[in-house]
Design a protein around this ligand. Structure first.
Ligand SMILES: C[S@@+](CC[C@H](N)C(=O)[O-])C[C@H]1O[C@@H](n2cnc3c(N)ncnc32)[C@H](O)[C@@H]1O
Length: 854
């Protein structure tokens, strides 16, 4: 890897804007220049003025004053319903908006009116609100506004809760059509806190007529940690995961639990709004953010599309104070000059909140190796490789070879294996007593180089073979053998499945087995003549004549391969290694890797779901394809951590792309990742080929699993995130499993996880259970996966009264021992005292159309 200096890493760039509730100016390019000079990147503008607000209120009050009590028709429909639109809000006039199209408009975030109530149970209020929004969106679109901030839905109306969200969502769907070039931000609180949802003077909500309200039953509504997210989920579902529909998230003074933070982290949050009141004061009286706020911002800023930050209620932009006369467009006031008392202070800062955010930007931790490597790949869907049927390009190998861990760990594993071989005085397959090592699927040769190094380090002599089927990569292997390896390697251009094993010179008599330095005589083999640089693998005979001396095939002592995919076996490592199984020394021979296992966990992944929905238009197989993807904006639905508050949480587990220890107060909960299945090599149990079949059966490589995952919080399951672990040799292991990766192979970058999508997302209830059934299937010509997900609600039976324990939380991945009884996992984790009621079930998905050809 090229050398990297963290101090030179620029880190994520912060784009910071300024919001003022009631800005009374027309924003011109000169104003924008002023904004930039104040070190802000952009600003918000209301679409309409207080004049418009007063006009609508006036209209409403005169209408209500003359209104007779609503009557119902025979079917009970109220006369003043949406069906008989009673009141039309007239179009905007000059005094209704300061917004005017000019060169500055594209740099503005427009804000629609917060005094409307699209969710009102009173159809009159809801309809007027809808009309106001439509007028504002249409005018914003006309002016060329590119970004529009829309205050989120009002969730509480007396005893009614979240009833009007669907009306809100429906209006947003219309808005998306009305402003086809506008990016919409729904301004959401992080949690549903009824105390925050207070009506202010002039709001339409309190004007809802009593007959439409349900009397308050006196119960104090509680904070619902996922209530706000629920509302957002309804809106984006109604709008079919529209790409222009995103979230502006208001950060409260007290951050909610890490579960809630992690959920928002998985959503398309494109704006973070921070109110002046969210800031604390440091000892010198300057505004600062708490550690947990800093941590959340750091995480958000590492997303593929980092949100912009908008500071609200932090005082005016210097030189841009609101003036009484909005039509006086010389509204850049003379207040660039501080007051006398301010001027008296030595280092007067007119924008201390902004200065803090800029300082926070400077202090962002440098990106980790995987973050640097993954730039541009975050949440980007890639089709998995088909390395058997498609020859890789040199650039693909080059990317693999940048891994700072994988090759190092292979070298360690080979070195240990060689030392053990020598220490245990195991007999070798070579007449000279050398340990025969073969790298199968050698690519451009990095593992060959490592094997030679391991031999030198271990002080154990080896006879090294490299087998590769990609004829283009083979040219490089030949070149490396001449220039780097000093001709020490025997190269074989072949599919490993038709390789007959190393050719060695026949010995005059059958050699006795012996330790390293001696040879394991292969029964009835003839060992003669030195091997040559190149070998023709196509020879079917066990012995051959080479330069007059008899040669015979022998075994490989240590077979080294790296044929793993993101889900361990998805690039057909089991099938390829089965093909060289008989080549491995039947007594002492080993495979590096010795075993590998596939793991998965259910996730919420709205961005991936949206991308797949859009791809489905041109590719119907898109939702039944497992994708390789650097998962980032996802939320693990099943976790092993107890709920912790944002402010008080400690670093509680490993997770991919950890920003830095200094921001560990926002370490999201660890996923509950379970093992699907595993493979071991050499496989001493491959069933013999049936004489009734002409093709070799692959039935022994079929696998199936059914695993249950507890889901503590409600959410939406979009698919399964898959990982792998592998034991190379002894305690040398590689892992992409987020639970074990840091302990086993931190900073390894060769593999991104795999993602198995669901065509239709499944809603998961609180304290529910997600059960995934998965198969690895084969028809002896190709391999594919099938998967389906069921969701259960757990209803306490009469016998159980206590809260549901998260009884199968587990911090690590299962041990090799527990893997043996893995088939029973779903049964084992079944919770007693609860009846499972199935509330959702996906299709059975199958990747057979894109199966991996053997
Ligand atoms: C993932 S790459 C690894 C390359 C190299 N060993 C490394 O670690 O950088 C797998 C390699 O195995 C080769 N390969 C896959 N299946 C093979 C087979 N059946 N026979 C021979 N080579 C194979 C591919 O062409 C590719 O070069």
């Amino acid at each position: 890897m090229e050398s990297y200096n963290p101090s030179e890493d620029p880190g994520p760039a912060f784009c910071v804007g300024h919001h003022e509730h009631n800005r009374l100016i027309t924003v011109t390019p000169r104003v924008i220049q002023n904004v930039h000079e104040s070190n802000y990147d952009m600003m918000t503008v209301p679409i309409t003025t207080s004049h418009f607000h007063s006009r609508v209120l006036g209209l409403l009050s005169s209408y209500l004053a003359n209104l007779q009590s609503p009557t119902s028709d025979v079917v009970g429909t109220m006369a003043t319903s949406q069906n008989t639109r009673p009141l039309v809000v007239p179009p905007l006039s000059k005094a209704d908006s300061y917004l005017t199209p000019n060169d500055a408009t594209s740099q503005l975030v427009g804000v629609t009116s917060s005094w409307i109530d699209l969710c009102s149970p009173d159809p009159l209020i809801a309809d007027m609100s809808r009309q106001v929004l439509m007028l504002e969106v249409a005018y914003a679109a006309f002016c060329g506004i590119g970004y529009l901030l829309i205050p989120g839905p009002k969730l509480h109306h007396g005893a009614l809760h979240s009833e009007g969200v669907i009306y809100y969502a429906r209006a947003i769907q219309d808005a998306l059509d009305l402003g086809p070039y506008i990016q919409f931000y729904i301004w959401q609180q992080m949690v549903d806190n009824p105390e925050v949802e207070v009506d202010t003077m002039g709001d339409l909500a309190p004007l809802a007529r009593a007959e439409y309200l349900v009397p308050d039953n006196g119960d104090t509504p509680k904070v619902d940690p996922f209530g706000s997210w629920d509302a957002w989920d309804s809106i984006r579902k109604t709008c079919k995961y529209h790409t222009r529909l995103t979230v502006a998230l208001a950060l409260p003074k007290q951050l909610p639990s890490l579960f809630v933070q992690s959920r928002w982290h998985s959503e398309p949050v494109r704006l973070l709004t921070i109110d002046g009141s969210t800031f604390l004061k440091n000892q010198k009286g300057y505004p600062v953010l708490s550690k947990s706020h800093q941590g959340l911002i750091a995480k958000m800023m590492r997303l593929r599309t980092a949100p912009w930050i908008i500071l609200c209620g932090v005082g005016p932009i210097p030189g841009l104070e609101n003036v009484e006369d909005p039509d006086n467009q010389a509204s850049l006031s003379g207040s660039d000059y501080p007051s006398l008392s301010q001027a008296g202070k030595k280092h007067y800062d007119p924008t201390p909140h902004l200065s803090y955010i800029r300082n926070l930007q400077q202090r962002q931790p440098p990106r980790t190796a995987i973050e640097r490597f993954g730039v541009g790949y975050q949440d980007y869907l890639q089709a998995p490789l088909q390395p058997l049927t498609v020859n890789l390009e040199s650039i693909t190998y080059e990317v693999f070879e940048k891994d700072p861990i994988k090759y190092e760990w292979y070298e360690k594993a080979i070195c240990k294996a060689l030392r053990d071989w020598a220490d245990q005085k195991k007999a070798t397959s070579h007449p000279d007593g050398k340990v025969i090592v073969a790298v199968v699927g050698a690519g451009r040769g990095p593992l060959v180089t490592r094997a030679l190094k391991a031999s030198a380090d271990a002080g154990v002599e080896i006879d090294l073979w490299a087998v590769e089927k990609n004829q283009n990569a083979f040219v490089l292997l030949q070149r490396h053998n001449d220039t780097i390896w000093g001709g020490k390697v025997t190269l074989v251009q072949s599919d490993m499945r038709s390789w007959k094993g190393p050719l060695v010179r026949q010995q005059p008599t059958t050699a006795a087995t012996g330790p390293v330095g001696e040879s394991l005589g292969i029964e009835s083999s003839l060992l003669v003549s030195s091997k040559k640089g190149q070998h023709d693998p196509g020879r079917p005979s066990e012995t051959s004549e080479l330069q007059g001396s008899a040669m015979c095939h022998t075994h490989v002592d240590i077979l080294v391969s790296e044929l793993l995919g993101s889900f361990a076996d998805n690039e057909l490592s089991p099938e390829c290694l089965d093909g060289v199984n008989d080549v491995i020394n039947p007594v002492h021979g080993i495979s590096i890797p010795a075993s590998y296992s596939a793991h998965f966990t259910p996730v919420s992944a709205p961005k991936l779901h949206a991308d797949i929905v859009h791809q489905t238009v041109s590719n119907p197989a898109a939702p039944e394809t497992p994708y390789v993807v650097m998962l980032h904006a996802i939320d693990f639905l099943s976790t092993t951590d107890a709920a912790v508050s944002g402010e008080n949480s400690a670093n509680n587990g490993n997770r991919a792309s950890t920003p830095s220890a200094s921001f560990s107060t926002t370490e999201f909960p660890s996923p509950f990742v379970q093992t699907a299945w595993s493979f071991s090599h050499p496989n001493r149990h491959i069933p013999p080929q049936s004489p009734m079949q002409s093709t070799i059966s692959n039935a022994h490589n079929v696998r199936q699993t059914r695993l249950a995952f507890p889901a503590q919080n409600r959410g939406v399951c979009h698919g399964l995130a898959g990982y792998f672990e592998t034991v190379l040799y002894g305690d040398v292991e590689l892992s992409t499993n987020p639970v074990t990766m840091d302990a086993k192979s931190a900073n390894m970058i060769s593999w991104f996880p795999i993602y198995f999508p669901l065509k239709t997302p499944l809603s998961v209830p609180e304290n529910g259970e997600i059960v995934a059934t998965m198969y690895r299937q084969t028809d002896d010509r190709k391999v594919w996966y099938e998967w389906m997900v069921e969701v259960y609600a757990l209803e306490p039976t009469a016998a159980s009264v206590k809260a549901i324990p998260v009884s199968y939380a587990r911090a690590g991945s299962p041990s090799a021992e527990s893997l043996k009884t893995k088939e029973n996992t779903a049964k084992k984790v079944h919770r007693t005292g609860y009846r499972r009621v199935r509330v959702g079930m996906s299709d059975l998905h199958s990747s057979i159309k894109d199966g991996c050809l053997m």
